[in-house]
Design a protein around this ligand. Sequence first.
Ligand code: PMP
Length: 383
Amino acid sequence: MSSTSIYLDSAGSTPVHELVARAALESFSATYGNPSASHIEGLRARRAIDAASEHVARGLGCSSAELVWTSGGTESNNWALFGSAPSASSGHLIVSAIEHKSVLNAARELERRGHALTVLPVTEAGAVRPADLERALRPNTFLVSIMLANNETGVIQPWREIGALCRAAGVRLHCDAVAALGKLPLDVARLGCDLLSLSGHKLYSPKGCGVLYVRSGIELAPLIHGCGQQCGRRNGTENTSGAVGLGRAFELLTQGEFDGLRSPRLRDELRDALRAVVPDAIENGCEPRLPNTLSMAFPGFRASALQAELAARGVSVGTGAAAASGEASHVLSAMGIDTERARSTLRFTTGLYTDASHVAGAAEALREACAALRSGSAVAAQR
Ligand code: PMP
């Protein structure tokens, strides 16, 4: 395997920022005590977690008491859904067809347990229609769960309308903001959500650490039972160094360190450069989109083969959810994109360390990869 020199999969995960790594590493030796213990080491760890919560709270415009540390986006999403489901009666929940599998599969499990489920379709452009949501709401709807932006296409969902509809109907609203983190402002009051999921490794912080924002007054049954940590809301000893890392990342976010993530310049240059190599490449999804995300189909090519050829040339890109298994992405299918086009789609996501030389390098690698696949001399296939 070639050692990567051009990383274009920031939506998959991000490298840990140097200052975040320093803070997290220091915490391994400085705040190692059990944060629930009342001795000096425990109190130090507690204070470090509380300080991290304050940084995240400032970034979201909420109180730190409304934040609960989790193991990441998957747990936060699962908890939002399972914790909201009524246990005594069967209720109804609404999700969109383009949610991350940690929402979709949790919703399907709730359906299996007797709740009614509405999966909202999306437009060809990849967005939920507010009118569909309005029609789907029922008197027993206990939760609407819709992402702020999609992780495969970057398409930003019409959250102003979604928030207003749920508020007017008095229905609890969960926002999966994992893909949007760092790229869009995340003000929970403006979004009008009751629950919001985040994951540290999408913001230059360690993996295995995330947050669920739980609006004050919202009751959420615990998903993980245990010794009463985090006021019994999420049991288990907190991941102190993960929290310290994510707290530091939020501090950097507030200070403008990640402002570059909000510019589409390199993504657009990349799109133009790739199109110059493959003129019939098709972009999936329309604006408004995350500024770092480019979902592009290369007709006539298999995404898995192209990805392998690019990897052999030191360029790392993402594919749809289940490319390895040959399954078409559920997100692209929901947009009405046919299986062939979906199977030829790659996801390119720029990040903090992407520069113009990476754009040129990726385009050159694509030129070589396409030529190799066309001539049957593919490097990856021969290994
Ligand atoms: N939601 C979205 C939109 C995501 O992109 C991801 C990560 N791919 C998750 C949830 C899950 O987060 P984690 O990797 O922290 O479990």
